[in-house]
Design a protein around this ligand. Structure first.
Ligand SMILES: Cc1ncc(COP(=O)(O)O)c(C=O)c1O
Length: 371
């Protein structure tokens, strides 16, 4: 018996990408499948996203881009997170678009492309830091990088095809940094044009901006979390923007037993029964991705009812107080996330994090679960 079962509805991912395309009808969609597709499975989620119409897939790590190719993906893929150690030759040979946000990375890419002057050109997207303070070249340093990129395009088998940036606060619609970053991005695009670079694809919008700022879609949107059905902003219409959560997490009731009032539950007895009741033992713990801090805060679903986790989460198990009249039996399904239980967002709120971390964490255990 598995301690925990992580199921991914790939049909939901396909449908979500189709829905995101409808939210951004004038732009291409790059489905962000970094970090093993936010725990949903890189290759399978990538395939599902392609079926929904994702013209592009995006990953942070170069090895994930190469893994997509090894699995047979042949369409456009962009990778963006590395220093000068970037495996540029392998990426170019695999026809993968690469992000460049520094002279060091440009040099590594141009050197690899030039070494195979008769091979494919390196397709480069310039990464601009418009205010996130993370990856990318600052606007102040952009002109020099554009000059170097144009020179590489002229003489070193490089083709500058894109420019991109990333938002800091898009999940807070109306936050003043959104328009400031958009203005900085437009200024960066103008500099690229001044440098004589004809860009094929300009991209800025993550999930939040895809759903709330149609004016900032440019040529392509780059949603991640929304692909998995978890929009980072509330839908004013209360319809989750037409998206369906793809991941569900379930476990099993291993034991059901009657106890008296005053029974301490789990290590440290942080929960004490206030009446005679029935306890249920669930075979999932922090080794399975259940946050240790979830005791007394997060709920699970059993038989259509919600129960708070009673006492501390242990390494491989936790307990719920089913109440004196419970009819649950050993073997019953316990829904940690999914229909009949909480959403990933509710889990995140309970333990003080974001649903991104919840799905990455449970998803990281999919390999173990499938053994
Ligand atoms: C560069 C880049 N683009 C797009 C995304 C997708 O963001 P989100 O999952 O908020 O849509 C990410 C993820 O953080 C990212 O790092």
């Amino acid at each position: 018996m598995n301690a925990i079962t992580i199921a991914v509805d790939y049909g939901a991912i396909t449908a979500n990408v189709a829905t995101l395309r409808a939210h951004a009808p004038t732009a291409a969609v790059m489905a962000v499948v970094k970090a093993d597709a936010y725990g949903h499975g890189l290759v399978e989620a990538g395939r599902a996203a392609r079926s929904g119409g994702a013209a592009w897939l995006g990953v942070a790590q170069p090895l994930e881009a190469l893994e997509l190719r090894a699995a047979g993906d042949t369409d456009r893929v962009l990778t963006w997170l590395y220093g000068s150690e970037v495996p540029a030759a392998a990426l170019i040979a695999a026809d993968i678009d690469v992000s460049v946000g520094s002279h060091e990375v440009l040099e590594a890419v141009a050197t690899a492309a030039h070494a195979h002057a008769n091979g494919p050109r390196a397709r480069v997207h310039i990464a601009v830091d418009t205010g996130l303070g993370r990856e990318g070249v600052t606007l102040a340093d952009l002109p020099a990088l554009l000059d170097a990129a144009r020179e590489a395009q002229r003489s070193r088998n490089v083709h500058v095809v894109g420019m991109w940036s990333h938002f800091a606060w898009a999940d807070q619609p109306g936050h003043p940094t959104i328009d400031l970053q958009a203005a900085a991005f437009r200024a960066a695009l103008a500099l690229a044009e001044d440098a004589g670079l004809a860009l094929e694809v300009r991209h800025l919008a993550n999930s939040a901006a895809t759903l709330t700022r149609p004016d900032l879609h440019f040529d392509m949107v780059r949603p991640g979390i929304a692909v998995y059905g978890l929009p980072p902003v509330a839908d004013p219409a209360g319809e989750n923007f037409g998206l369906t959560p793809a991941m569900s997490v379930t476990s099993t009731l291993a034991l059901v037993k009657r106890v008296g009032a005053g029974q301490g539950v789990s290590y440290g007895h942080e929960y004490v029964t206030d009446r005679a009741t029935i306890l249920g033992l669930v075979t999932a713990g922090y080794a399975d991705g259940v946050f240790r801090g979830a005791g007394g805060r997060a709920h699970v679903g059993i038989g259509g009812e919600r129960y708070v986790i009673a006492g501390r989460v242990c390494m491989d198990q936790f307990v719920v107080d089913l109440g004196p009249d419970a009819t649950a039996s050993p073997g019953d399904t316990v829904t940690l996330i999914g229909v009949g239980g909480p959403t990933a967002r509710e889990w995140a709120d309970a333990v003080g994090t974001i649903d991104y971390e919840v799905v990455c964490r449970f998803g990281g255990l999919r390999a173990k679960e499938s053994v």
